[in-house]
Design a protein around this ligand. Structure first.
Ligand SMILES: Cc1cc2nc3c(=O)[nH]c(=O)nc-3n(C[C@H](O)[C@H](O)[C@H](O)COP(=O)(O)OP(=O)(O)OC[C@H]3O[C@@H](n4cnc5c(N)ncnc54)[C@H](O)[C@@H]3O)c2cc1C
Length: 402
């Protein structure tokens, strides 16, 4: 269909769509949808891992190949440490900086080593916000239940409990360090509704939440004079005769030399695997997100969890070509953006869980209700002008445009 004809349809159907309330899917409908359309269920994209702690477990071909890769460290490598520390943190994103600061605060000697510059990470790109139950009508229990549902009850309950219970104290800690979370007119923290949640609990810093959090965390790491190794990629973990981790070997990307660090504890905070481009999907992940931590710990004997499931963010740009894969934050849908097919119809509750929204978009595209871009790709329309209509004169998004 001609893009201008489609714009007409989008315009003509807008008022009717605004009055529509689409229910979230029941568990049975959700299961049926994702089994048919979610990329996790494309059998040909998965294969069993051939050896190691997860032998026989099916995972994405790209990850299986990575885990089975050879070490670049050869026999006879000189393991004499260049540095010795109490806590070695590998990774300079939000998790790494927070871990380093907490260990330092507890009195440990800490070294933070990271592949690129300190802060060059996915954390710095997070836009939509951070889910923490701080609103009076919310609670860690509600957060727990929402997250459990979103995770199809497969979540590690203990980890989840820690996350929801400690979230509010982490928000307080970030505030105390100087993170400028958005506030309402009375000065209270402002929370927005995110996908898959029953209560508003997204703490935001406009649409650059990660950048603001990392501004402060990076400053604090520097301020506390935590020892840094930048442009050093961990290429192997070292271990003692019992198999306990004793440190890591890094490759200095500036001079290609190896650096050995011995540590009493090693914290891996190397982030995700977006840059493996599983099933050829585009990504907005930073270039360091290549699953290194998974591979390093696997070689040391750690069994990986949930290797059969990956998160696909539902909304990324499909046109123009130079923006392919650029993230369109969930915040747009949370503020009232509509996902619209070629018939001008909404086809999913935009704030359903990400697996449901992604699978629904793929269904529309595969069943011929997608929209062909001028460069020949298929996508759906994200109708945003109604954000303007929904915004009152004092709405924050209005102020941003001034
Ligand atoms: C565009 C975008 C928007 C997002 N928006 C949101 C959002 O609104 N809300 C939300 O909750 N989440 C969001 N996310 C996800 C969120 O950013 C991540 O889940 C989170 O930041 C992960 O933090 P991390 O510290 O574990 O990993 P990262 O922030 O990716 O940090 C990993 C660090 O490890 C380093 N590293 C990797 N390999 C090695 C190695 N071998 N040796 C040494 N260092 C290594 C990297 O260079 C990097 O510094 C978004 C992600 C992206 C990409």
């Amino acid at each position: 269909m001609d893009i201008h004809a489609l714009q007409q349809i989008v315009h003509q159907t807008r008022d009717a769509r605004r009055k529509q309330t689409l229910p979230k899917l029941s568990p049975a409908d959700r299961d049926q949808l994702i089994h048919k359309y979610h990329p996790d269920f494309r059998a040909s994209a998965f294969r069993p891992i051939r050896f190691g702690p997860n032998v026989g477990d099916k995972t994405a071909i790209e990850l299986a190949t990575l885990l089975e890769g050879d070490s670049s460290i050869v026999d006879g490598f000189d393991l004499t440490p260049h540095y010795t520390t109490d806590v070695l943190v590998v990774g300079g994103g939000g998790a790494g900086c927070a871990a380093a600061l907490h260990a330092h605060g507890a009195g440990a000697k800490v070294m933070l080593a990271t592949k690129l510059r300190l802060g060059d990470s996915n954390s710095v790109m997070a836009q939509g916000g951070m889910q923490i139950s701080v609103a009076p009508e919310d609670s860690p229990v509600t957060h727990f239940v929402d997250t459990l549902k979103g995770g199809h009850m497969q979540n590690d309950h203990q980890l989840l409990k820690v996350m929801v219970e400690e979230g509010p104290s982490i928000a307080k800690w970030l505030l105390s360090l100087g993170v400028l979370f958005d506030r309402d007119g009375d000065g209270n923290l402002h929370v927005k509704k995110g996908g898959g949640s029953s209560k508003p609990r997204l703490l935001t810093c406009s649409d650059y939440t990660g950048l603001e959090i990392m501004r402060v965390l990076k400053d604090e790491v520097l301020n506390q004079k935590i020892q840094l190794l930048e442009f050093c990629a961990a290429v192997e973990l070292t271990s003692d005769e019992k198999g306990n981790c004793t440190g890591a070997i890094f490759k200095d990307l500036d001079n290609q030399r190896h650096v050995v660090v011995a540590a009493k504890s090693v914290i891996l905070a190397t982030g995700g695997i977006g840059r493996l481009h599983i099933q050829g999907f585009p990504t907005s992940n930073h270039y360091g997100a290549t699953g290194d931590g998974l591979c390093l710990s696997y070689r040391l004997g750690a069994k990986l969890m949930h290797v059969d499931t990956f998160q696909y963010h539902p909304s990324g740009a499909v046109y123009p070509e130079q923006l392919i894969g650029a993230l369109v934050t969930e915040g747009i849908r949370s503020e009232g953006g509509h996902l619209v097919n070629a018939k001008g119809e909404r086809f999913v509750n935009e704030l359903d869980t990400r697996d449901v929204v992604s699978a629904s978009i793929i269904r529309e595209c595969e069943e011929g209700r997608g929209i062909r871009t001028m460069s020949g790709r298929i996508g759906v329309w994200l109708d945003t002008p109604l954000l303007d209509a929904a915004s009152g004169p004092c709405n924050r998004s209005c102020c941003l445009r001034l």
